[in-house]
Design a protein around this ligand. Structure first.
Ligand code: 1YM
Length: 655
C-alpha cells in the first residue's frame, strides 16, 4: 500500500518530563476537564483510524480500579522497530512527545485534539499504561509506568517497563489502551460517568456509521452499565435528537462537501421556536464560541435564502433583504468543519480562528443550500422557512419599535430606576458587581450590608416572567427584566454589546428553596436566550448563601451545604445553637455581608456553558411549553434540592 506507515516515518522530538512539569500546557488543566481530556486523546487516535476507513467499532470503558480502557478494531498501531531508536513504533508513539503520524501530512487528513501529541501525553500523566495491539494474527503488548528514580527520588514519567512483546496468536484486529491517571498530577482522578457518556454519544453522532460503546464497570446494576450508539444518519440524526422536545417544521437539510482541503458537513432542521441554536465543531471538537466556519455558514444561509425568496417572488424588487436573524429563527443546526492545522482561539479555546476557512465554508454552504432550495421536492420546506423568516422580520420590526418607545419613555434609561437599583459609587466596571436579589426584604439587607464602593443591588419583586415562552417584545414589557437590562447597560438581542457591560460580575442571589431555584432558572434562561455572551464570557455567578449557622459564645460557623454540618457541630462541641436559614431575608445586614457578599469568604458558583446541547435540552424541557417531556424529565430526576434540576447551566464552584 502506498500510504503504509512504518516506524521510519515517525518524527522524534522530546521526552515526557516536560509534560509532567507543565501538565496544563498539554491537556488544558489538571482539574476534571484535563482528566477527561486524557480519554479523548486516546479516543482521538481510534476515531482517526475509523475516519480513515479501517475501524468500525470503538469502546470506552471505565474500570473499577479507576483506569480507563479504549479500544478500536482497526489495523493496530504499527509494531515494527524504529530504525534510529531501536524500539517498536508503539513505544515511540507512547514515549516520545510529538511522535506519531499526525505530523506527517501524507498520512494525516484532519487532526483534532491538542497538537496530536495525545498518546505520549496520556502516558506522561498516568501511573501506568498498557497497550495491546492485535495485528497480523499476533497479540502484542507493551507497558509503561511512572516510576521513582531510586537514586534521585525524582519521578520518571511513562517509563517502558515492558517492551513490546508478542504474547500469542489471535484473529482479532485492533488496538486496546488502558491507563490509570496519576493522582499526583490530577486534583481528582474520578472519571464522571455523565461527562464521558454524553461525549461518547456526541462522537457517535459526529462519526456516522461507527459503533461507540460506553461501559461503566463501577455501576452495580449490569443493566445500566453499558450504552451503545451507532448513527447511520450522522448529523441528520443529531439535529433530530436536538429537536426531540420541539416541534419540527422541516425535515433535516443535510449536505457534505470538501473544498480546498476543508471538509464541510452541515445539518439544519427548523422548528416552530423563536430562537436559534447552532452547534459548531472542528475535527470533532466543539466550538461553542463559533469562529470562521460558523460565520461562513451564517453568511451563506442569509444569502441563499434571500436569493431564493427573490427567485420565488416572495421578496419583491422594492423589498429589503431579510436579516440573518430572521432566517435563523427556529433553526437548529450542526455545523462541522474538518480543518488542517486548526487554530483555536478565545478564552476557552472554543473558537476557530483560521481565516482561510471562512470563504471556503461560505462558498460550499451557499452552493449546497441553493441546490437544496431549487429542488422541486423541497419546495414545501423552502416556503415554510421563508414564510417564517418574513414573520420574524415583522416581529423584529415591532420589537424595535417597542424598544424605541420604551427608550423614548425613558424606561430603558437609568433615571426612573433610582429607588430600585442601588448602584455603587465606583465607576470601574472591571471591579463592580451587581447582585440580583430575590425579594425586597433580602434586597434591603443587602443594600445595608454591601460595600457600596463596588457592589450594586437590584432587588426583584416576586417571580420574573418565564422568558422561554415569550418573544423579546414581551420580555421588554416586563418591568423586572427592563430593570436588569438597564442596570447591565449592554442592550439586548441584536443590540447586545458586551463592551458596555457595567458590572464584571452579575450575581444571582436567591433562596435555597424551590421558589429560589425557579427564579434562578428563569434568570439564567433569560441570559442564555437573550444575552448568551454574558454567560460564555464568564460574567454570571450564583451566590451561595449559607444553609446553617452554628454558634457558641462569640464563635460562629456557617455551613453552605448539608454535608458540612456534622463537622461544624463537632468542632463547636456541647452547648451550641443551630440556626437553619430558610431564606436570605432571615439574615441581618452584617450576617449577609459576612456570609454572602464579602469577596473574602463568600462562595460563588460561576455559570458556564459546558455542554451546550445538554443545556439547550434542559432549558427547552424545563422552561418550554411541551408538558409531557417536562413531566417525564421531572419525574425521572425529581429532587428539587438538587441544583441541577432547575439550573440550565453548569459551572465550577470557586470561593
Ligand atoms: C485505542 C486507541 O491508537 N488506534 C490506532 C492508532 C494508530 C494506527 C491504528 C495506525 C496508524 C497508521 C498506520 C498511520 C496509530 N499509529 C501511529 C503511528 N487506538 C489507536 N490504530 N497504522 C496504524 O497513521 O499511518 C500513531 S497512532 F504513528 F505509529 F503510525
Amino acid at each position: 500500500m502506498a500510504n503504509e506507515y512504518t516506524a521510519r516515518d515517525i518524527q522524534v522530538l522530546e521526552g515526557l518530563d516536560a509534560v509532567r512539569m507543565r501538565p496544563g500546557m498539554y491537556i488544558g488543566s489538571t482539574g476534571l476537564r484535563g482528566l477527561h481530556h486524557m480519554i479523548w486523546e486516546i479516543v482521538d487516535n481510534a476515531i482517526d483510524e475509523a475516519a480513515n476507513g479501517y475501524a468500525t467499532e470503538i469502546t470506552v470503558t471505565l474500570k473499577k480500579d479507576g483506569s480507563c480502557e479504549v479500544t478500536d478494531n482497526g489495523r493496530g498501531i504499527p509494531v515494527d522497530i524504529h530504525p534510529k531508536l531501536g524500539v517498536s513504533a508503539v513505544e515511540v508513539v507512547y514515549t516520545q512527545l510529538h511522535a506519531g503520524g499526525k505530523f506527517n501530512d501524507k498520512n494525516y487528513a484532519y487532526s483534532g485534539g491538542l497538537h496530536g501529541v495525545g498518546a505520549s501525553v496520556v502516558n506522561a500523566l498516568s501511573e501506568w499504561v498498557t497497550v495491546d495491539v492485535y495485528k497480523d494474527y499476533s497479540h502484542y503488548q507493551a507497558r509503561f509506568e511512572s516510576i521513582t528514580d531510586p537514586k534521585t527520588g525524582k519521578i520518571i514519567s511513562g517509563h517502558t517497563v515492558q517492551h513490546l512483546q508478542k504474547l500469542g496468536s489471535t484473529r482479532k484486529r485492533g488496538t486496546q489502551v488502558c491507563f490509570l491517571p496519576d493522582r499526583r498530577v490530577f486534583e481528582d482522578v474520578r472519571f464522571n460517568r455523565d461527562t464521558v457518556s454524553r461525549r461518547v454519544q456526541e462522537l457517535a453522532y459526529l462519526n456516522k456509521g461507527v459503533r461507540f460503546t460506553f461501559t461503566d464497570e463501577r455501576v452495580r446494576d449490569p443493566e445500566e452499565r453499558t450504552q451503545s450508539w451507532c448513527y447511520e444518519g450522522g448529523l441528520a440524526d443529531f439535529v433530530r435528537f436536538l429537536n426531540a422536545d420541539k416541534t419540527a417544521i422541516t425535515e433535516p437539510i443535510v449536505f457534505e462537501a470538501t473544498k480546498d482541503s476543508t471538509l464541510v458537513r452541515v445539518a439544519i432542521q427548523y422548528t416552530d421556536a423563536y430562537t436559534d441554536n447552532i452547534y459548531s465543531y472542528v475535527n470533532n471538537v466543539p466550538t461553542p464560541e463559533g469562529g470562521t466556519h460558523e460565520i461562513g455558514f451564517k453568511t451563506a444561509v442569509t444569502k441563499a435564502f434571500n436569493d431564493y425568496a427573490r427567485r420565488a417572488g416572495i421578496l419583491k424588487e422594492k423589498d429589503n433583504n431579510l436579516a440573518g436573524d430572521d432566517f435563523r429563527e427556529g433553526m437548529t443546526a450542526v455545523v462541522y468543519a474538518g480543518v488542517k492545522n486548526p487554530q483555536f482561539e478565545g478564552q476557552t479555546k472554543g473558537r476557530l480562528g483560521n481565516t482561510e476557512v471562512r470563504p471556503v465554508y461560505e462558498a460550499v454552504c451557499l452552493e449546497q443550500l441553493s441546490i437544496y432550495l431549487d429542488d422541486l421536492k423541497n419546495q414545501d420546506f423552502a416556503q415554510a422557512i421563508v414564510q417564517k423568516a418574513v414573520k420574524a422580520a415583522k416581529v423584529r420590526e415591532a420589537a424595535r419599535k417597542a424598544r424605541d418607545n420604551a427608550r423614548m419613555a425613558g424606561q430603558l434609561e437609568a433615571a426612573p430606576l433610582v429607588g430600585k437599583l442601588s448602584s455603587c459609587t465606583g465607576r470601574n466596571a472591571e471591579q463592580n458587581e451587581l447582585f440580583i436579589v430575590e425579594g425586597d426584604s433580602a434586597g434591603g439587607s443587602a443594600k445595608q450590608g454591601r460595600d457600596r464602593r463596588f457592589q450594586a443591588i437590584l432587588p426583584l419583586r416576586g417571580k420574573p416572567l418565564n422568558v422561554e415562552k415569550k418573544k423579546l417584545e414581551q420580555v421588554l414589557q416586563n418591568e423586572e427584566f427592563r430593570s436588569i437590562i438597564t442596570a447591565l447597560g449592554t442592550g439586548i438581542g441584536e443590540e447586545f454589546n458586551l463592551s458596555k457591560l457595567k458590572y464584571n460580575k452579575v450575581i444571582i442571589l436567591s433562596d435555597a428553596d424551590q421558589d429560589g431555584a425557579h427564579i434562578r432558572a428563569i434568570l439564567l434562561t433569560f441570559f442564555y436566550r437573550h444575552m448568551r455572551e454574558l454567560i460564555t464570557d464568564g460574567h454570571v455567578y450564583i451566590g451561595m448563601p449559607p444553609l446553617y449557622k452554628v454558634a457558641k459564645g462569640d464563635k460562629t460557623l456557617y455551613c453552605y451545604d448539608d454535608n458540612a454540618l456534622p463537622a461544624a457541630i463537632k468542632q463547636m462541641g456541647k452547648g451550641y445553637t443551630l440556626q437553619r436559614y430558610k431564606g436570605l431575608g432571615e439574615m441581618n445586614p452584617e450576617q449577609l455581608w459576612d456570609t454572602t457578599l464579602n469577596p473574602d469568604g463568600r462562595k460563588l458558583m460561576r455559570v458556564g456553558i459546558e455542554d451546550l446541547m445538554d443545556v439547550e435540552r434542559k432549558v427547552t424541557v424545563l422552561m418550554g411549553d411541551k408538558v409531557e417531556p417536562r413531566r417525564e424529565y421531572i419525574s425521572k430526576y425529581a429532587n428539587f434540592n438538587k441544583e441541577d434540576n432547575f439550573v440550565p447551566v453548569t459551572g465550577e464552584v470557586n470561593s
